[in-house]
Design a protein around this ligand. Structure first.
Ligand SMILES: Cc1ncc(COP(=O)(O)O)c(C=O)c1O
Length: 391
């Protein structure tokens, strides 16, 4: 394992001095260069106006697409900036040519807003939803998923890492199944991007959505969508504007030929350049070393939690991520969160309304979520566990 310069990475993250931060799956801490990029752009907007500032930021704005192409192993024309992961995912989903009776195949750990979109479209357009169960490990059962494919299955849509647990779904194996059956594959990579390498060609997904503020450590209000060139022409965005299309004659228009047909003309330019810096920062550290350290820390945290009396680690799956979830006898997750917060330890709580299928099956109502990133340390893990024990 390549060793990371943790002291330097922590120096880039000034909050580490005061805060023990385990909410990277919620919204991570921006490293100094990302924060500075956003501030510099806002200062430029204040000094010369938003349009002129955007003009000056052109090289960085263009590099946004190259940076994501390097991050995901795709072409720059396959990337769109979207303001968050939900809207990026929505732009993909609502663009698909689905009609009454078509079936969507998804998983029990699917992200709440994605599942709400299925329910919405099931009610409005008569789409049908199939849910692949988990195997004994808790990841999606690949055989069961494949058996659920029928002649009307048009979409396989999967959350790579659910928001409410450490599980990593087998994205690549699902991609092989989708390819074998010629079905469109949409991957929600919101929690995986930035904490592990992602290669859209190896995964075999047609569409992939993500956010800026989580493991990528970008600013809030930023996200992106990857759209494979092979599928782009079949996708009709749910709404377009003068950036997505050109009004060519009184009654005609042409759509942009690239993934930017999913963008808006107006956007948060400081956020876009900030997210570009965040991607370059992650690439410079290296996604493989990031994964190795996040896995090491998360495993350490799970092992330490498991030793505490009354504490149960709730993570499922064969492969696990930087998201660690647990419960403790006699103390509700929000109480634990508040007690940890008083000790400057930041964690979050996941609730059943975000995971009806997953928590329903497991009989859980809430869990504490402690999500590690590479800048966390073993000492911080000890402090979290010690504070937890002091109830
Ligand atoms: C798996 C997953 N998908 C999508 C989202 C939504 O991301 P955003 O808030 O950027 O829309 C989240 C946010 O927690 C998530 O965990």
């Amino acid at each position: 394992m390549q060793t990371l310069d943790i002291a330097r990475l922590r120096a880039d993250t000034p909050a580490c001095e005061k805060l023990i931060y385990f909410n990277n799956a919620g919204s991570s801490l921006m490293p100094q260069p990302v924060y500075q990029t956003v501030l510099d752009h806002l200062a430029l907007e204040q000094a010369i106006g938003g349009y002129a500032a955007e003009g000056q930021a052109e090289p960085l704005l263009e590099d946004f697409y190259d940076a994501f192409a390097a991050l995901l192993n795709c072409d720059r024309s396959e990337i769109a900036y979207v303001e968050n992961a939900t809207r990026a995912w929505d732009m993909a989903f609502y663009s698909l040519p689905l009609k009454e009776g078509d079936r969507i195949l998804t998983v029990e750990a699917e992200y709440v807003s994605n599942f709400l979109a299925y329910l919405h479209q099931a009610r409005r357009r008569g789409l049908e939803i199939d849910i692949a169960p988990c195997d004994a490990s808790g990841q999606v059962d690949l055989d069961a998923l494949e058996r659920l494919i029928g002649p009307k299955t048009r979409l396989i849509a999967v959350t790579h890492i659910p928001t409410q647990g450490g599980l990593v779904n087998p994205a690549e194996e699902i991609g092989n199944i989708a390819r074998r059956h010629g079905i469109t594959y949409l991957l929600d990579a919101c929690q995986s991007v930035g904490q592990m390498p992602l290669d859209v060609r190896t995964i075999g997904c047609d569409l992939l959505s993500g956010t800026g503020r989580k493991f990528l450590r970008g600013p809030r209000g930023t996200g992106f969508l990857y759209v494979s060139k092979d599928i782009l022409q079949q996708l009709d965005p749910p709404f377009i504007d003068l950036h997505a299309a050109t009004w060519t004659d009184a009654r005609s228009f042409t759509m942009r030929p690239d993934a930017r047909r999913f963008e808006n003309w107006e956007s948060y330019v400081a956020g876009r350049v900030g997210l570009r810096t965040a991607v370059r920062y992650a690439l410079e550290i290296g996604l493989e070393p990031i994964r190795a350290r996040v896995t090491m820390l998360a495993d350490r945290l799970r092992a330490s939690l498991a030793e505490l009396p009354g504490v149960t680690v709730r993570d499922l799956g064969r492969v696990r991520s930087g998201i660690v979830t647990f419960t403790k006898n006699g103390e509700a997750p929000p109480e634990i969160q508040a007690r940890l917060r008083a000790a400057n330890v930041s964690v979050s709580v996941s609730s059943r309304t975000s995971a009806q299928l997953d928590f329903g099956r497991r009989g859980l109502s809430q869990v504490v979520r402690a999500s590690v990133h590479y800048f966390n340390t073993e000492r911080e893990i000890e402090l979290l566990c010690r504070t937890l024990q002091q109830a």
